[in-house]
Design a protein around this ligand. Structure first.
Ligand SMILES: NC(=O)c1ccc[n+]([C@@H]2O[C@H](COP(=O)([O-])OP(=O)(O)OC[C@H]3O[C@@H](n4cnc5c(N)ncnc54)[C@H](OP(=O)(O)O)[C@@H]3O)[C@@H](O)[C@H]2O)c1
Length: 442
């Protein structure tokens, strides 16, 4: 099976290492020898080690243009590991499919935005379009959904889909670091980009969630319908409150079938401290699936890095070598249902609310009234006064000063909680803008 690899960076380098280390075993287990017959990257002269330098110096193998590599008669499988939603990645994947080459890619941005057209083209051409590495790196969740859980109706799929954000939240929780300090640490260790927006803003997780939603529910991709909130507004006070109240704070991607349609959402969420997902820390990812027959399963593992990601890429290549060919999104693209999304306003769940209440007569009464008007009942309410403000310890109460108050609501709707918080702001009894974090029922 002749491979052409476009992209010799982190993942491409890892893949070449696997071929070098396990070539013989792969030939035996997949029934065909796997040979590297073409490579492409931007800079031919970049130092990528001796093995890749040898490939780059061979004019029969090196291609300056990934599109030419994709069309080359010397390859059976085009492995796209360049990245990017459009550009060279899209052009070369389209060229490969048009030339009836199988495609393997780790590119979630490309698939989340163009997956439907590419899947239809692959099916028309009778070739594979495999993307195990595009979601949660080394965790085999695509195969799990496409194959192992085929006998289930999925009601919810959710998980920790971005290692950078999970690393930052873990640091905040375990070391008591402020968000900015934890982010700087992640950047220093190479877990976060200089511009971290894509990761901490929740957009990377949204791409992955869109792919999972389609596979789990048999619907067309709808990445633009994912509700996205990042972790950039999470504070140490929220992390502390989560701990005190028996929760942990995680950035979750959740796709759930409800009576109102499908919810697709990425946002910080409180999860019970005793749940398995609460203990998935650092750059580790996890994906949980609730199916009607299997019930609940949780897959945990490395969500990124050369080895884990290349391991998933290789599993896709082995499938092709073995002659396994499935529709990219499990059922034929033409049979995927239209995506019917549920508006976030109707989301039902419990909420954590943090208010900065001005120490004025009637402040609590007006908060209680606003909640009651929207039918929101409270499970707990805690006034988190700093020790120096406690009578007998420090200076005591300062009338008019803001006092942090944390509340946990019973299950309510997003619309109700938003209306109640807006009314409180308008009443002028609270200081800063109220903070609200969803609690995920596990
Ligand atoms: N890194 C991970 O842990 C991870 C995990 C899951 C999925 N992924 C996905 O895997 C893909 C690759 O990621 P990566 O981390 O390996 O990226 P990377 O280290 O930045 O490598 C990208 C490679 O693509 C080459 N390239 C970029 N544009 C090109 C063009 N126009 N023509 C030819 N070659 C081009 C680069 O060439 P030069 O070397 O010459 O610059 C480089 O070798 C992305 O889609 C990413 O989202 C990565």
């Amino acid at each position: 099976l002749k491979l052409g690899i476009a992209g010799l960076g982190t993942v491409g380098g890892g893949l070449i290492e696997i071929i070098a280390k396990h070539g013989t075993k792969l030939a035996e287990t997949s029934g065909r020898a796997i040979a590297l017959t073409g490579v492409s990257a931007r800079d031919k002269k970049r130092d990528r080690g001796a093995a890749i330098a040898k490939l780059a110096s061979n004019p029969a193998i090196w291609h300056d243009d990934p599109v030419k590599l994709a069309q080359s008669k010397d390859i059976d499988v085009f492995v796209e590991l360049m990245g990017g939603e459009g550009g060279a990645a899209k052009a070369s994947v389209e060229a490969a499919l048009a030339a009836k080459k199988h495609v393997v890619t780790a590119n979630k941005a490309l698939l989340a935005h163009h997956g439907m057209e590419l899947a239809a083209l692959a099916e028309k051409q009778g070739v594979s379009l495999n993307f195990e590495a595009a979601v949660a790196g080394g965790i085999p969740i695509i195969k799990t959904l496409r194959e192992s859980l085929a006998g289930n109706a999925v009601s919810r799929i959710y998980g920790i889909l971005n290692g950078t954000s999970n690393f930052i939240l873990t640091r905040m929780q375990e070391e008591g670091q402020a968000y900015g300090v934890a982010l700087a640490q992640a950047q220093k260790l190479g877990y976060a980009e200089a511009d971290p927006t894509f990761d901490v803003g929740g957009f990377d997780a949204a791409h992955k969630l869109a792919l999972l939603t389609s596979l789990a529910f048999g619907t067309r991709l709808a990445v633009k319908d994912v509700y996205v909130e990042g972790i950039d507004t999470v504070t140490a006070a929220d992390i502390d409150a989560a701990k005190d109240l028996g929760y942990r704070l995680k950035l979750l991607g959740v796709a759930k079938r409800t009576a109102r349609g499908i919810e697709q959402r990425v946002h910080p969420a409180f999860v019970p401290a005793h749940s398995a997902i609460a203990h998935v820390n650092g750059v580790t990812n996890c994906v949980a699936v609730n199916g009607d027959f299997v019930r609940d399963i949780l897959l945990v593992g490395p969500g990124a890095g050369a080895g884990p990601t290349a391991s998933s890429v290789m599993s896709d290549i082995v499938d092709i070598a073995r002659g396994v060919r499935l529709p990219p999104f499990m059922r034929p693209a033409a049979k995927l249902e239209a995506y019917a999304g549920a508006a976030m306003d109707g989301h039902e769940g419990a909420y954590y609310v943090r208010l900065s209440v001005l120490d004025k007569p009637g402040a609590f009464a007006s908060i209680a009234t606003r909640m009651a008007e929207q039918g929101v009942s409270l499970e707990s309410i805690v006034q988190r006064r700093p020790p120096e403000a406690l009578p007998g310890i420090g200076a005591g109460r300062t009338p008019g000063a803001a006092v942090p108050v944390v509340m946990i609501t019973h299950v309510t709707t997003e619309a109700a909680i938003r209306k109640a918080l807006l009314a409180m702001e308008q009443d002028g009894k609270i200081g800063d803008k109220p903070k609200m974090i969803r609690i995920e029922q596990l």
